[in-house]
Design a protein around this ligand. Structure first.
Ligand SMILES: *Cc1c(COP(=O)(O)O)cnc(C)c1O
Length: 385
């Protein structure tokens, strides 16, 4: 007989998975990064819907913690959070022109201009519609966004600077901040110091989360942490961020299978013992990636161990392949009654660091967070309540 799911929390009815998002931990992480950033000011990067956790809730919590500078990717994202952070500055990093001008004016956003073409278009728009602040991105070695060093130095010269060009921030982005010994860090620092000096009197910003741990010279006037706020490891070693999000999937069904039988698509896993299998309502459609299957789906030939879940005080490995809507876990070692239909298995969070789970899929916490999708019930809590 198939046991019926036990619905323990009525408000979760109909949801196969949930995210418990701890806004107090988020604020604590921001305060930690703020302290590490001193004497620089500390902003918050909340692009991609606040790294998948809900941009408006995240923005409001960080504003209450004292944050007054925010970075988003698109003008649409900026407009979405504007009313949460009334007197804060919101910088738009992906300056998509034409079209961005109207949104920047109506939602009071600061575009980060990143090419000479952008500057020309922006200053033309300002000549027609009136002055509006902007920021300037300079490429110091990443070859992604930003004007060249030479153009930046030329622009910094008051005489040649176009009328209506009013940068309130010059910024650049580090390519290798998560590898402290990488030579490019020091090269980018040197180049950006030249830019910051040339734009004397205008605020400067270089460092993302791991950049903040590279040393005081990397701080400049404003830091730009993202992942550390959301509980990712900021520098891979020393920075202890608090977990912010716990993802859990509900057990739909428990089944018993015999040694020698196989589990799931492709019969990828053959059981080495009589096993208890928890079938969970989570899959790659929820950003629980197929590559987490480990040996079930060897990742480009690598024999990765695959991800584990957590229930009843035990880590429980994935059996077989992660599918679109379901994943099977080996709960044989979990105490009787501690893993039953209706219970939740943790996928990452308080007991399973997000970076470890991401690594078992061959990716990074950033991708895991921003892939979560919209089938989760999102619970926002403060102070663990
Ligand atoms: C995403 C981003 C950040 C934040 O990076 P984290 O590694 O998440 O701290 C900072 N600056 C720029 C330009 C970005 O694109």
């Amino acid at each position: 007989m198939i046991p019926m799911p036990i619905i323990e929390e009525p408000e979760d009815e109909g949801y196969g998975a949930r995210l418990i998002i701890n806004l107090a931990a988020l604020s604590d992480n921001w305060r930690m990064m703020r302290d590490r950033s001193k004497p620089a000011r500390c902003s918050a990067v909340i692009k991609a819907d606040g790294y998948g956790l809900g941009a408006t809730r995240v923005a409001r919590a960080l504003y209450e913690a004292g944050c007054r500078d925010f970075f988003v990717a698109t003008a649409r994202e900026g407009a979405q959070v504007r009313h949460e952070v009334p007197d804060a500055r919101i910088f738009v990093m992906n300056c998509i022109l034409p079209g961005i001008e109207a949104t920047c004016r109506s939602a009071d956003l600061v575009p980060v201009l990143a090419s000479m073409e952008h500057i020309t278009q922006w200053t033309a728009a300002c000549a027609a519609n009136g002055e509006h602040p902007c920021a300037l991105q300079v490429d110091t070695g990443m070859n992604r966004l930003g004007i060249t060093m030479d153009d930046a130095i030329e622009l910094s010269d008051d005489v040649t600077r176009p009328a209506g060009f009013l940068p309130v921030l010059v910024m650049s982005h580090l390519a290798c901040a998560d590898q402290p010994d990488h030579l490019l860090n020091r090269q980018q620092l040197k180049r950006f110091q030249r830019v910051a000096n040339a734009f004397e009197g205008i605020d400067s910003s270089l460092s993302n989360s791991p950049g903040i741990f590279l040393g005081d010279p990397y701080l400049f006037d404003l830091t730009r942490p993202g992942i550390a706020l959301f509980g990712g490891s900021a520098d891979g070693k020393t920075a202890q961020t608090k977990p912010v999000v716990t993802a859990e999937a509900r057990i739909i069904s428990i089944r018993h299978a015999k040694r020698g039988e196989t589990v799931g698509y492709g019969a990828a896993t053959r059981l080495e013992r009589d096993s208890v299998i928890a079938v969970c309502s989570i899959g790659y459609a929820d950003g629980y990636m197929r590559s987490m299957s480990g040996a079930g789906v060897p990742l480009r030939g690598m024999k990765t161990p695959g991800a584990v879940g957590y229930i009843g005080g035990k880590q429980v490995p994935i059996l077989g392949r992660v599918t679109m809507d379901m994943t099977t876990f080996d709960v044989t070692d979990v105490a009787d009654g501690a893993a039953k239909a209706g219970d939740f298995i943790e996928l990452f969070g308080n007991n399973l660091p997000i970076d470890d789970v991401a690594a078992s899929a061959g990716t990074i916490g950033y991708e895991l967070l921003t892939s979560l999708g919209n089938r989760y019930r999102r619970h926002y809590i403060s102070n663990g309540v």
